[in-house]
Write a protein that binds this ligand. Structure first.
Ligand SMILES: [Zn+2]
Length: 151
Protein backbone atom coordinates (compact mmCIF):
# COMPACT_ATOMS: atom_id res chain seq x y z
CA UNK A 1 0.00 0.00 0.00
CA UNK A 2 1.24 3.46 -0.95
CA UNK A 3 -0.38 6.75 -0.03
CA UNK A 4 -1.19 8.70 -3.19
CA UNK A 5 -2.45 12.27 -3.52
CA UNK A 6 -5.80 12.78 -5.23
CA UNK A 7 -6.43 16.07 -7.07
CA UNK A 8 -9.54 17.85 -8.34
CA UNK A 9 -10.35 16.57 -11.83
CA UNK A 10 -13.08 17.10 -14.39
CA UNK A 11 -14.23 14.96 -17.31
CA UNK A 12 -14.05 16.79 -20.65
CA UNK A 13 -16.75 14.51 -22.09
CA UNK A 14 -19.52 14.69 -19.42
CA UNK A 15 -18.21 17.50 -17.13
CA UNK A 16 -18.36 15.20 -14.07
CA UNK A 17 -16.14 16.56 -11.27
CA UNK A 18 -14.23 14.07 -9.14
CA UNK A 19 -10.89 13.54 -7.38
CA UNK A 20 -8.29 11.63 -9.38
CA UNK A 21 -4.94 10.26 -8.19
CA UNK A 22 -1.72 11.58 -9.68
CA UNK A 23 1.87 10.54 -8.96
CA UNK A 24 3.58 13.75 -10.04
CA UNK A 25 5.88 14.38 -12.96
CA UNK A 26 9.19 13.05 -11.60
CA UNK A 27 8.37 9.46 -10.85
CA UNK A 28 10.50 7.55 -13.39
CA UNK A 29 9.54 3.88 -13.54
CA UNK A 30 6.55 4.36 -11.24
CA UNK A 31 3.10 4.06 -12.76
CA UNK A 32 -0.47 4.36 -11.57
CA UNK A 33 -3.05 2.08 -13.16
CA UNK A 34 -6.78 2.84 -13.13
CA UNK A 35 -9.54 0.26 -13.20
CA UNK A 36 -11.51 0.78 -16.44
CA UNK A 37 -14.61 2.03 -14.54
CA UNK A 38 -12.52 4.51 -12.52
CA UNK A 39 -13.44 2.77 -9.24
CA UNK A 40 -10.00 1.54 -8.11
CA UNK A 41 -6.31 2.25 -8.58
CA UNK A 42 -3.05 0.35 -8.25
CA UNK A 43 0.60 1.38 -8.26
CA UNK A 44 3.21 -0.31 -10.42
CA UNK A 45 6.96 -0.04 -9.96
CA UNK A 46 8.93 -1.14 -13.04
CA UNK A 47 11.98 -1.87 -10.84
CA UNK A 48 10.29 -3.58 -7.89
CA UNK A 49 7.69 -5.64 -9.80
CA UNK A 50 9.27 -8.79 -11.34
CA UNK A 51 6.24 -9.28 -13.64
CA UNK A 52 7.23 -6.09 -15.51
CA UNK A 53 10.49 -7.63 -16.84
CA UNK A 54 8.84 -11.01 -17.30
CA UNK A 55 6.13 -9.51 -19.53
CA UNK A 56 8.75 -7.55 -21.52
CA UNK A 57 10.87 -10.68 -22.06
CA UNK A 58 7.94 -12.85 -23.12
CA UNK A 59 6.49 -10.12 -25.35
CA UNK A 60 9.86 -9.74 -27.14
CA UNK A 61 10.04 -13.51 -27.58
CA UNK A 62 6.47 -13.70 -28.90
CA UNK A 63 6.25 -10.46 -30.89
CA UNK A 64 9.76 -9.50 -32.14
CA UNK A 65 8.54 -6.16 -33.56
CA UNK A 66 7.77 -5.02 -30.01
CA UNK A 67 11.55 -4.44 -29.64
CA UNK A 68 11.17 -0.99 -31.19
CA UNK A 69 12.15 1.80 -28.78
CA UNK A 70 9.85 4.53 -30.14
CA UNK A 71 7.44 6.16 -27.72
CA UNK A 72 4.30 4.61 -29.25
CA UNK A 73 5.73 1.13 -28.73
CA UNK A 74 6.50 2.16 -25.14
CA UNK A 75 2.88 3.26 -24.70
CA UNK A 76 1.65 -0.01 -26.23
CA UNK A 77 3.90 -1.96 -23.83
CA UNK A 78 2.47 -0.11 -20.82
CA UNK A 79 -1.07 -0.80 -22.07
CA UNK A 80 -0.21 -4.51 -22.36
CA UNK A 81 1.26 -4.57 -18.84
CA UNK A 82 -1.91 -2.91 -17.49
CA UNK A 83 -4.12 -5.49 -19.27
CA UNK A 84 -2.03 -8.30 -17.72
CA UNK A 85 -2.84 -6.98 -14.22
CA UNK A 86 -5.41 -8.84 -12.18
CA UNK A 87 -8.89 -7.22 -12.37
CA UNK A 88 -10.10 -5.03 -9.49
CA UNK A 89 -13.84 -5.01 -8.59
CA UNK A 90 -14.45 -7.22 -11.64
CA UNK A 91 -12.84 -4.95 -14.25
CA UNK A 92 -9.41 -4.79 -15.87
CA UNK A 93 -6.88 -1.98 -15.50
CA UNK A 94 -5.71 0.77 -17.85
CA UNK A 95 -2.48 2.82 -17.88
CA UNK A 96 -4.37 6.13 -17.81
CA UNK A 97 -7.11 7.78 -15.76
CA UNK A 98 -10.80 7.48 -16.69
CA UNK A 99 -13.96 9.34 -15.70
CA UNK A 100 -15.86 7.26 -13.10
CA UNK A 101 -19.19 8.38 -14.63
CA UNK A 102 -18.80 7.95 -18.43
CA UNK A 103 -15.40 6.11 -18.51
CA UNK A 104 -13.88 8.66 -20.92
CA UNK A 105 -10.09 9.00 -20.72
CA UNK A 106 -10.36 12.69 -21.57
CA UNK A 107 -10.01 14.26 -18.14
CA UNK A 108 -8.33 17.43 -16.96
CA UNK A 109 -6.60 17.47 -13.60
CA UNK A 110 -5.55 20.43 -11.47
CA UNK A 111 -2.39 19.22 -9.73
CA UNK A 112 -1.78 22.43 -7.74
CA UNK A 113 -3.35 21.42 -4.41
CA UNK A 114 -4.26 17.84 -3.48
CA UNK A 115 -7.86 17.30 -2.41
CA UNK A 116 -7.04 14.30 -0.23
CA UNK A 117 -4.73 11.29 0.07
CA UNK A 118 -5.63 7.62 0.00
CA UNK A 119 -3.76 4.34 0.19
CA UNK A 120 -3.48 2.43 -3.07
CA UNK A 121 -2.39 -1.23 -3.35
CA UNK A 122 0.40 -2.50 -5.58
CA UNK A 123 -0.76 -4.02 -8.87
CA UNK A 124 -1.23 -7.80 -8.74
CA UNK A 125 -0.22 -9.99 -11.67
CA UNK A 126 -1.18 -13.23 -9.90
CA UNK A 127 -3.82 -14.21 -12.50
CA UNK A 128 -1.50 -13.71 -15.48
CA UNK A 129 1.49 -15.37 -13.80
CA UNK A 130 -0.74 -18.31 -12.89
CA UNK A 131 -1.23 -19.11 -16.59
CA UNK A 132 0.97 -21.65 -18.37
CA UNK A 133 3.77 -19.99 -20.35
CA UNK A 134 2.13 -20.85 -23.71
CA UNK A 135 -1.12 -19.26 -22.48
CA UNK A 136 0.77 -16.14 -21.35
CA UNK A 137 2.37 -15.87 -24.80
CA UNK A 138 -0.99 -16.30 -26.57
CA UNK A 139 -2.45 -13.56 -24.37
CA UNK A 140 0.52 -11.25 -25.15
CA UNK A 141 0.09 -11.82 -28.91
CA UNK A 142 -3.61 -10.94 -28.56
CA UNK A 143 -2.82 -7.84 -26.45
CA UNK A 144 -0.20 -6.66 -28.96
CA UNK A 145 -2.90 -6.61 -31.67
CA UNK A 146 -5.41 -4.99 -29.30
CA UNK A 147 -2.89 -2.31 -28.26
CA UNK A 148 -2.60 -1.11 -31.87
CA UNK A 149 -6.27 -0.05 -31.76
CA UNK A 150 -6.35 1.23 -28.17
CA UNK A 151 -3.11 3.24 -27.92
ZN1 LIG B 1 -17.26 11.62 -17.94
Amino acid sequence: MTTISFFPAQCRACQHAFDAPHLGDFTYGEFLLTQERGQAFATLSACAEPAFDHIRTELLRTVPESASTDSRTGDRFLYIVARCASPMLGHGLLPHGVCPQCFSRSISLDDAIPAHGATVPATSFADFLGLKLAEQQARLRQLWVESAERV
